[in-house]
Design a protein around this ligand. Sequence first.
Ligand SMILES: Cc1cc2nc3c(=O)[nH]c(=O)nc-3n(C[C@H](O)[C@H](O)[C@H](O)COP(=O)(O)OP(=O)(O)OC[C@H]3O[C@@H](n4cnc5c(N)ncnc54)[C@H](O)[C@@H]3O)c2cc1C
Length: 388
Amino acid sequence: MRTQVAIIGAGPAGLLLGQLLHTYGIDNVILERQTGDYVLGRIRAGLIEQGTVDLLDEAGVGARMHAEGLIHDGTQICADGVRRRIDFKALTGKTVMVYGQTEITRDLMEARTACGAPTVYEAEQVALHDFAGAQPRVTYRKDGQDTEIVCDIIAGCDGFHGVSRRSVSASAIRTFERVYPFGWLGLLSDTPPVSDELIYTRHELGFALCSMRSPTRSRYYLQCSLAEHVDAWPDARFWDELRLRLDDESNERLVTGASIEKSIAPLRSFVAEPMRFGRLFLAGDAAHIVPPTGAKGLNLAASDVRYLSLALREFYAEKSLAGLDRYSDRALARVWQAERFSWWMTTMLHTFPDAGFDRKIQHAELDYVFKSRPAATALAEQYVGLPF
Ligand SMILES: Cc1cc2nc3c(=O)[nH]c(=O)nc-3n(C[C@H](O)[C@H](O)[C@H](O)COP(=O)(O)OP(=O)(O)OC[C@H]3O[C@@H](n4cnc5c(N)ncnc54)[C@H](O)[C@@H]3O)c2cc1C
């Protein structure tokens, strides 16, 4: 098989890249380890920046997002039982949109099927070859049959645990990592959200987040120990613990119900540098992870894809390597801004084991955000997303 760009992974990064390349007339094949239903069943991000909205529009998949997505002008932060609002629109003139990763993935999959671009699901033993040279290859096995794809470029969009980053020799890559001493226990329920806006709560018992996917579907998170197992959290225990962390007004408004999904995710900051190795380009979680506190993971995948798709368009239209040569530096500059913001939000809002000096600094930090318009503006500017 021959294609121009072989894309590994059908998560948001791979599917969005594939769709943009298709609109530019660039052939691509996506190889995905899982089934399409499995990919759609993963409950992950829910909040997207304007830059991501614009990119989905450019890819021609924005119609349902605009019809069903919820525009948020601000967010609420609750500390010591007192809720305050960060007004994004007043502070930055910008807003964010609530539209689930599952829905984005579904829209992208449907668009790909409609345009007939190939996706190989349940591709096993995906392996990358010869990406140091001008003609890389990807091999995989499907239904017991081995296939080789010869291509110009490989896009590694296969997430943190994927094969692409691991295919690079250890001496060519440098990684930076911070693992946090807690995780997030998430619960999805078909109940109306407790508030029209997200509520980030700092509490001595641990951080909590009230989020949503639609006016009838809520997503709640509790900071939890990494030693916890989700089976130890029947719904009633989750709701009881959430009530302990919320302010009085939220407690009065909270509607509880049966969970439709519950899971624990560890929190990690991770960056691999560079993001380009010859003709292999990493994008999204394959190259970097942020803790979800700043809602940046999916948006970073989108900004990587924007830089890479533009560079590939230039490569094919102008026979120029200039954009591809700049890709890693350009993507990493934005990645590190999002890493810093996500780390800052995480350290400011979670309960850490150190209850001494660090806790006091943490309180002073949030106090400053509440009392200073420039500080609130800095939070808002990064939350709505730095320019792509
Ligand atoms: C539990 C959880 C909750 C999250 N919550 C949020 C949130 O609230 N807000 C936010 O912004 N972000 C959140 N994120 C992060 C966000 O979901 C990711 O940043 C986003 O999914 C990145 O997209 P991606 O396409 O780069 O990677 P992924 O979504 O991981 O997609 C990678 C794809 O590659 C496939 N793959 C892996 N290995 C192979 C292989 N060897 N061969 C072929 N295919 C392979 C995988 O099956 C997968 O489909 C969360 C992540 C997790 C895990």
